[in-house]
Design a protein around this ligand. Structure first.
Ligand code: ATP
Ligand code: LTN
Length: 335
């Protein structure tokens, strides 16, 4: 048994490629955390189903997301890297947790309110409503201590804590109550064409989205056409200069240099220089990752074997926990 703290996180396979925000805001930090934690990373395909998906694309995107986790440095021998639907204990536990989650408390989840408002509440699915409960199941099945997530997911981890405490007090001590680990706020990346809105895999237009799997020429071109502003000063100021600030944040993440050091090094230089430097840094990091991801995707049978082995490792932890839960709530064991 590992004595390192258990960590769990996941991402939806909601696009063919991850974008630079997923890399900086999640993967880069996961990669560091996997050395000091007993880490589990999941491709949450069941969560992706809460909004309409093309079945063929979903299966492909699931493989592609897993390949990009590995290409970015998540080690499937050290960490557990698996596909959510391969471990049926997730929806099984989610059902039990649904029965102790209040309609009112689920209704207060801001992600649900935002997403449902987009399509109108009537056409939002029950699955979308129950999304945070499935997320609670993901976390609680593994005695997770730490849940690294972006700020937007904090409310879901709070709900997970409430549900875990409620279960424990009703049925006896069963779940570890997890803590959210809010990933570096400075790591928030904005759309290159619309630098006041978050870069997102499912953005309406991809002109301002930098994809990990895009070819280097395209990536460089997108970065060179990033929206900036009318003056010429390279200075971090999120309010007045969102485009330039975003480029500085990206460069800082890719080079490890602080934003003030970058500001100093660009004194007297123009936006063109900044963009070229960012493009070079991003391409230098993404190019080998893209090559590795494509290599993994070239041999889907081997990738599936890796995912299969990792699902077994996940099930070895989740299975006994689900049995304990079934016993606690009074479900009859099959003989
Ligand atoms: P979708 O558009 O499908 O919601 P997304 O690209 O916004 O996808 P998620 O799958 O919701 O990303 O999130 C995966 C992880 O990436 C989360 O930990 C999230 O905080 C992080 N992340 C996503 N976009 C950004 C961003 N622009 N800046 C920093 N982190 C981000
Ligand atoms: N909702 C999360 C993805 C997610 C997750 C989880 C994160 C699903 N299950 C469990 C941490 C722990 C998101 O949209 N980023």
């Amino acid at each position: 048994m590992s004595t390192k703290p258990r960590l769990f996180s996941g991402m939806q396979p909601s696009a063919d490629s991850l974008q630079i925000g997923n890399y900086i805001g999640a993967l880069l930090q996961w990669r560091e955390m996997q050395t000091t934690n007993d880490a589990i990373f999941c491709v949450v395909d069941l969560h992706a189903l809460t909004v309409p998906q093309d079945p063929k694309l979903l299966a492909e995107q699931t493989r592609k997301t897993a390949a990009q986790y590995i290409a970015a440095g998540i080690d499937p021998e050290k960490s557990i890297l698996f596909v959510q639907s391969h471990v049926p204990a997730h929806p099984q536990l989610a059902w039990i947790l649904n029965t102790i989650t209040g309609f009112g408390e689920a209704s207060r989840m801001t992600q649900f309110k935002d997403k449902a408002a987009k399509t109108g509440t009537d056409s939002a699915s029950v699955g979308l409503f129950a999304y945070p409960v499935l997320m609670a199941a993901d976390i609680l099945l593994y005695d997770t201590v730490a849940v690294p997530v972006g700020d937007d997911q904090k409310q879901h981890v709070e709900l997970t804590r409430d549900v875990a405490n409620r279960f424990n007090s009703r049925f006896g001590d069963t779940f570890v109550v997890p803590e959210p680990v809010i990933m570096k706020a400075t790591a928030r990346i904005y759309d290159l064409q619309n630098p006041t809105s978050k870069m997102s895999k499912s953005a309406a237009s991809d002109a301002g989205v930098v994809w990990m799997l895009d070819d280097p020429g395209k990536t460089a071109k997108k970065i060179k056409s990033a929206v900036t502003d009318d003056d010429r000063e390279i200075r971090f100021d999120r309010g007045a200069k969102p485009g330039v600030s975003n480029l500085l944040t990206i460069l800082s993440a890719f080079t490890g240099e602080s934003v003030p050091a970058l500001e100093a090094s660009f004194a007297g230089k123009g936006y063109g220089d900044l963009k070229t430097t960012v493009a070079d840094a991003v391409v230098a990091t993404f190019d080998p990752m893209r090559a590795r991801a494509l290599e993994l995707l070239d041999d889907p049978a081997e990738l599936d074997r890796i995912l299969g082995r990792n699902a077994e490792r996940a099930l070895a932890i989740a299975g006994p926990k689900l049995e304990l839960v079934y016993d606690r709530v009074g479900l009859l064991r099959r003989s």
